[in-house]
Design a binder for this molecule. Structure first.
Ligand SMILES: [Ca+2]
Length: 143
């Protein structure tokens, strides 16, 4: 291992590094990307990213499966793997995501402007609901 070569044969130092890595676990602590960082693999702009999972901890949100939403994308019927499952989302700079709670753009609606929304539980839907696991349709546009 490169790490072992780096620290030589000092078991104490190795143990310290190991403990530190366990405490931080950087590979298990994904965070929501910044709105300005939303890009396709080829470098073109993404309108929004929708995630199926979140967490009580803000720095552990935007996890699970991710749906990349392209500028101008209109989905009256969210793909089954994401329907009523989206728990975190990020809207790119100068873009706006409109969501609906019902299929075919029925039910409640809300606009999310550019920004990270790690916990959709915190956004009220109607009188008693919230937007966690409640998105069934969306439209995303950028200027
Ligand atoms: Ca979910």
């Amino acid at each position: 291992m490169a790490l072992r070569r780096l620290v030589g044969s000092s078991p104490t130092l190795l143990q310290e590094i190991h403990t530190c890595l366990i405490k931080v676990r950087p590979w298990e602590v994904p965070q929501c990307p910044a709105p300005a960082d939303l890009k396709n693999a080829d470098g073109t702009k993404i309108c929004a990213q929708l995630y199926t999972d979140n967490s009580p901890y803000y720095d552990q949100c935007c996890t699970g499966s991710v749906l990349l939403v392209q500028p101008g994308e209109d989905q009256p019927y969210v793909p089954a793997a994401f329907n009523n499952k989206i728990s975190s989302l990020v809207v790119a700079t100068r873009c706006e995501l409109t969501v609906w709670s019902g299929k075919g753009k029925a039910g409640n609606t809300r606009k999310f402007k550019a920004g990270a929304f790690p916990r959709l539980q915190e956004y009220r839907r109607g009188l008693f609901g919230d937007w966690d696991n409640s998105i069934s349709a969306f439209y995303c546009k950028c200027t």
